[in-house]
Structure formats: C-alpha cells, structure tokens
Design a protein around this ligand. Structure first.
Ligand code: TRP
Length: 449
C-alpha cells in the first residue's frame, strides 16, 4: 500500500502538482503499511524472547514513546517542509552541507535489511505452502522444530522462495500496480489483526498459558544489560521504519492541514499494539507446548503452527495467517526497495524499471548470502537495526533540534493551524533527551563506554 506515495512524477521536479495523501486514514494506513510487517510478528517476539521478556518490553515501550515518536515527528516535518524525497529534502534544508548523507546511509540500510527480510519472507511463503498442503497437521512440538530446521537447512528451497518474494516486490515497485495494492491492504491488514486476536484468545486459554504471559509482562530487571537495551532501541527503530528516511518521504505527501503529531502517535500505537498482540499469541503457546522462548528467528514458525493444530478451523486460520503475514511483509519490503529505487532514479538518473531490477538484483544476491550463512544474516540484521538506524535517528533529531532555522520546526508542526501544546516538551526531547539517550545506549551497547 506504500509505493504509490513514493512514486509520483511530481517527485522528480517538485512542481506544485505534487501528490498528497487524500486524508487522515490514507496517511496512517500508508505509514502503518511500511511499519507493520515481519518486524512486529517475527522479529519482535524472538528478540524479546532472547532478551529476557518483560523487562525488554518495558524498555521497548519507553523507547517507542520517548524516542520513536519524536524521531517520527521529526522525519515527517522534514519531509513536509521540504516537499522532497530524503536526499532532496536535506539538500534543500541544508544547502551545501553533508546532511543528505543520512539518505545515503538509508540506502545502505535498505540493502542490508531487505536482504535478510526477503529470506524471512521466503520462510513465510514456505509456510503458506505447508499450510495449503496441510503438511504440519498432527506434528508434535518437537517435529515443528525439525520442520523449521529443515526449512533453514534446505538451501535450494530457501533461495527459491526468497527469490520469488524479491521478484514480487520488484514487480510491484517497477510496474506501479500500487493503487490496487493499497485497496487490498486496507482490507487485508485489519483481517490480519482480527486473526491475531483470535489466536490470542486461543493462546491464553491453553493449559499453561500463564507462564508465557508472565514471561511477557512480568519484568525481571536482572535480565537487563547494555546489549538488551541496545536491542530494544534497534527493534523500536526497525519496527517503526524510522532512522532511514522512509518517513521523510511520507511527510512530503502529507497536506499542510493534517496533524503530524497525531499521525506519528497513531502509527506508533498501531505498530506497537500489533507487536504486543503477536507476543500474546506466541509466548503462552511457547510455554504451553514446552518450547524455549529464546529459539531465535524460528520462534513464530515453530510456536504458532502448534496452536493451529489445537484449534477448530486450524487449517484455515493457519493458511490465512501465513498468507496475510506474507502480504504484510510485502507492503514493508516495497517501502524498502522504493528507498533505493528513488535514489537510483533521482540521483543516478537511471530509468525506473532499470533501477528497480538492478537494485532488486543486488539485493537478491545479498539475500542468497543470508540464506546460506546464518552469520551473514545475523550481521546484516545487527548492523542495520542496531547501528545504521539509531545513527540515522540521532542525526535526524540533531538536525531538527539544532540545525534547522530556529522557528521552522514549530511552524511546520503547527501548519495545520492548531497549537502544538506539546511543542516545548518535543523540543526538549529532540534537542537533549533523544540524542543523548541514543548516543548512550548505542555506545554502551557496542561496549565503547
Ligand atoms: N518496519 C518494517 C517491519 O516492521 C520493516 C521496514 C520497512 C523497515 N521499512 C523500513 C525497517 C525502513 C527500517 C526502516 O517489518
């Protein structure tokens, strides 16, 4: 549901005929389409599971509110003020200065993220296939683990499904059937939420579910350390799609009479809610079926099929779930590929089709590397989420807090004609709190201080 926002002829020449979102729902649905994806349902639960549970959740929520929302407002206001894509925006707002390098870093991050993202999306497609053929029916929890290990070990199939996903993403980005996608995702995403809610009900009524809920909601602060805190920050950036300029581009399509603050808040809330709901489905099931919560990247793929096996209508719910998850992944991957394509077309002057297939080709090679090597997969994930995105977010808030003309952030935020009563607080956060917090978490997490 994302692409059509990025690609409009107006992007290339910044004419007054620039496209805008039709209204509030359009903005939120579009930004949420990028934000809500595998990050919420695959990555959030497994990173939380590896990092001790409830304490991670608390730190995560704190980061979403204290850092995520202000960074998102900052990205939105940069985009709307400049009326340009991320590179153009920084060039226009800080002429002759190297701030546009934030955009270049974003492009690098997009390559790395989509490389491992496509592998996970490939697993999701394989699970759609398993669901269609009912291959998981009657499996014991131990067999579910074996199935996932098989998926990872069978490189040929992994590569096949990963490439299929990349081709789908590239096809959509290159051919502009986006409006159709938007129409469908507006129906399909709420359906995904509905299925997760049904799964939640089934999961919390399983015998032994309590232990899982405790793990998720009962913070054990002895589990916190500098790595865990950096993981929470990286997950917040990854899940909200911030720190690399996607949201700057969205901001440029938002009309002046819309509120940036409430847009950022709604998107962040929706994103966080879905992550938590995914956790509520996964952890009670993991504990009820005697599976470790720190399984790593396979967590969602080994726990949920057990629930489907225990449900009336499990066949259809399982099938729908993995299909919808694939679509959620697709709407996010489109936004990632589009960042690169916008760069290639606007800065390197490639034609759109060329740009798309070149970018997707390089990403596919990187994705194959990820499919073959767990350590490459892990490294791409770590470098993008825990390094590039926080550094990008840091630079964005410093830019808005210290570099933009004194009153211009406020004027942009209040362009909708309403007074932003939170502005003083926002200003304090982006000038001091967010940059200092990001820097501390980041340097501490890397062991540099
Ligand atoms: N946020 C998406 C998810 O949770 C992934 C994603 C899409 C992303 N665009 C991004 C992550 C930009 C970081 C930056 O699945």
């Amino acid at each position: 549901m994302v692409v059509f926002l990025f690609y409009s002829p107006a992007m290339q020449n910044n004419t007054p005929s620039r496209d805008t979102f039709s209204g509030k729902f359009g903005i939120i649905a579009a930004a949420a389409g990028s934000a809500i994806g595998l990050g919420n349902i695959w990555r959030f639960p497994y990173v939380l599971g590896e990092n001790g549970g409830g304490a991670f959740l608390l730190v995560y929520l704190l980061f979403v509110i204290m850092i995520g929302v202000p960074v998102m407002i900052s990205e939105l206001l940069i985009g709307r003020k400049a009326q340009l894509n991320v590179f153009g925006a920084f060039k226009k707002l800080a002429p002759g200065k190297p701030w546009y390098l934030i955009g270049v870093m974003g492009v690098g991050a997009a390559f790395l993220i989509l490389a491992f993202y496509a592998v996970v999306a490939g697993w999701t497609l394989q699970y759609v296939y398993f669901s269609v053929t009912n291959a998981l029916d009657g499996n014991t929890p131990a067999q579910m683990i074996q199935v996932f290990e098989g998926v990872q070990a069978t490189k040929g199939w992994s590569v096949f499904w990963t490439l299929l996903f990349m081709i789908g993403t590239a096809y959509i980005v290159s051919s502009g059937i986006e409006k159709g996608i938007e129409k469908y995702t507006k129906i399909l995403m709420p359906l995904l939420v509905l299925i997760i809610l049904i799964l939640d009900v089934r999961a919390v009524t399983l015998d032994g579910a309590m232990e899982g809920l405790n793990f998720l909601f009962n913070p054990d602060f002895s589990k916190l350390n500098s790595d865990v805190i950096l993981e929470a920050l990286g997950q917040a950036f990854f899940s909200l799609s911030i720190g690399m300029g996607v949201i700057v581009t969205y901001g440029s399509y938002i009309k002046k009479n819309e509120s940036l603050g409430s847009t950022a808040l709604s998107v962040s809330l929706a994103d966080t809610l879905i992550a938590v709901l995914a956790g509520v489905a996964i952890f009670p099931a993991a504990f009820a079926f005697g599976m470790a919560p720190n399984q790593g990247p396979g967590l969602v793929f080994i726990t949920l099929p057990n629930i489907f096996n225990q449900m009336t209508g499990g066949y259809i719910f399982g099938l729908l779930f993995f299909m919808l998850l694939s679509i959620a992944a697709l709407t996010s991957s489109i936004s990632l590929l589009e960042v690169v394509v916008a760069y290639f077309t606007e800065e390197l002057k490639l034609r759109r089709k060329q740009a798309t297939w070149i970018a997707a080709g390089i990403m596919s090679l990187l994705a194959i590397l990820c499919a073959f090597s767990d350590s490459t997969f892990g490294a791409f994930d770590y470098i993008s989420s825990n390094i590039l995105l926080p550094v990008g977010g840091f630079l964005v808030v410093v830019f808005v807090g210290w570099i933009m003309e004194k009153n211009s952030p406020r004027l942009e935020i209040e362009a909708d004609g309403r007074k932003a009563r939170y502005y003083k607080g926002f200003q304090f956060v982006i000038k001091f709190l967010a940059p200092i917090a990001i820097a501390l978490v980041f340097l501490n997490g890397l062991g540099w201080i």
